[in-house]
Every structure is written in structure tokens, then in C-alpha cells.
Design a protein around this ligand. Sequence first.
Ligand code: ADE
Ligand code: ZN
Length: 318
Amino acid sequence: MLPVKKIELHLHLEGAAPPDFIRSLGAEKRADLSGVFDARGGYAYDGFAGFLRCYEAATAVIQGPRDYARLLAEVLERCAEEGVVYAELFVSPEFCGGADLSAWQDHLAAMTEVAEAARPQGIDSRGIVTAIRHFGADRARRTARCAAETAGGWISGFGMGGAEQVGRATDYAWSFDCAAEAGLGLTCHAGEWGGPDSIRDALALGCTRIGHGVRAVEDPGLIRDLVERGITLEVCPGSNIALGVVPSWGAHPIARLADAGVRVTVSTDDPPFFHTTMRDEYDRLATTFGWGDTEFRQINQWAIDAAFCDAPTRDRLR
Ligand code: ADE
Ligand code: ZN
């Protein structure tokens, strides 16, 4: 029997928008969503560049604070249905009004209200303000300022997603320093498309967590370093397989990394894009690697240890 209580550390709010949600916002706004959906009504994309294009086109219809509040309510409800009791959501001020501080504050107020209302329903959450790497270092700085100005409360972390092939993570050091000074936890997508050196760059930024990080498996020295430093990987196997980072479940390195002592956790990344859910991820890990109660308890303990929350919340989750 798989444990019911799950901790999810890597979930993009915009990327968790179900196609129906985007279709209905698109209709309200008379937006042109041609090319966003396939014949069956799901998201249509080919490869990672196509995924980012589809993602940004779909996300463009999520606009005001009310849209973000409705989306968060729906996503948290789905998390709870999957047995998730604590979720950290990447949210990008770039998508909610171009990292304009006052627009961001309005969006955040609306999302905070929803997150607080969901807590008594059994789903606690935090937000991670997220810069988009391929939008460049200047825009990341504006995003980091938004994060720093609103640190505390629902916002507990700062991260960076987007195209890992663009520049080096260290080009964004100012933004990560700014967020760290404001007391935010740090994570960065790395080792999804980039190799071990990309992960080393993310570690140089002071990140305690790495988004994906699966290509660490190529470098025994880096694996040792991750273990010694207690770095947590936010692994999203279904995403890796859907995007072609890894060819199949059997070839996924998560079990090898866990066996080497790396703190791996499991998340869905952008579930409707990858036709996955937390239950699906757990089921596939159970059938592919024989994971059971012991392994799932361990990854959830690691996730609690790495969560960007305060000590009382951590104690409640244990
Ligand atoms: N943004 C949303 N999903 C992402 C992924 N898998 N990699 C990089 N950026 C993302
Ligand atoms: Zn991600």
C-alpha cells in the first residue's frame, strides 16, 4: 500500500493549468489559442523548445489576480485529491504582469487568500518566485526584487526555470544573492538539459535544491558532493520521459541516485502537459523499481527536510 501523504516540491502553477481551464479563459478573452491544443484537446508540442512555446502561449491567457486565484484554487484541489498535503508552487511574476512590483503584489494577495483558505482542507502550500532563464539576467533581477519585496508569508523561495541551454546559471548570481538576503530558499533548474557542470553552477549560486538534477548521474564526483552537502533533487520522472530527457521509465536514474544516497524527491513539474499525476508517478516508481513503503517514506522525509517552510510547519508534516 503506497503512503497517502505526499509532499510535492516542484510544481509550476502556470504549467499545472488544465487545458479546459486555459480554453475557458481563452474564450472569455477571445484569445487566439491556435496551435496550443492537439486534436484530443490536450496540449500540443514537440520537444522542449515546442513545449516552452506552447507553455508560454497557454500561460498568456492567465492574466489578472482573479485568474491566478482561480487557477491556484483548482490546482490545490487537484493536489489534495492526489494525497498531497504540502506543495510548493513555482509562480512567475514575469507571467503576472511583467514583474511589475505593484501588479505582482495584487496577484500575490489573491493567491495568498486562496492558499490560506485551502489550508484547513488539508493542503498546505508555499510559493517560489521563479525567474525565466531565457528571458535574460535583467528580467531575472526584476523578478528577484519582486521576490525579495514579498518574502515571508506565502512566498518562501526563489528559483529559476526555462531554457537551461541559455547562458550559465552563474550569470544570474545577483538575483540569487538578492533573494538569499531576503531570507528565501534557493532552487534552480539544472541537470535536466545541461550536464554536471550546469548543476555545479547552480550549487555555486547557493541553492540547497536542484530542479531535476538527474544528469548528476553522469558524474560520480558530483554525486559524492551532492550526498556530502545534503543537496536535494526535485526529480520529475514523468516530465523527463515526456520531454525526452530520459528514454523510458526503466532508464530513469532516480533509483540509482537514491541508492547512491542522493536526497531525491518526486514531483510532477507541469502535470497536464505530461499526462501525469502524483499517483501516476508513485505507481510507475513502484512498478518499475519495486519501490514500496520504505522508499516512499524516505523520499517524503527528504522532501520535508528540504521544504522552504518554517520549523512548526515541518514538524506538522513529519
Ligand atoms: N518550466 C516549466 N517546466 C519546465 C521544465 N521542465 N524545465 C524548465 N523550465 C520549465
Ligand atoms: Zn520545472
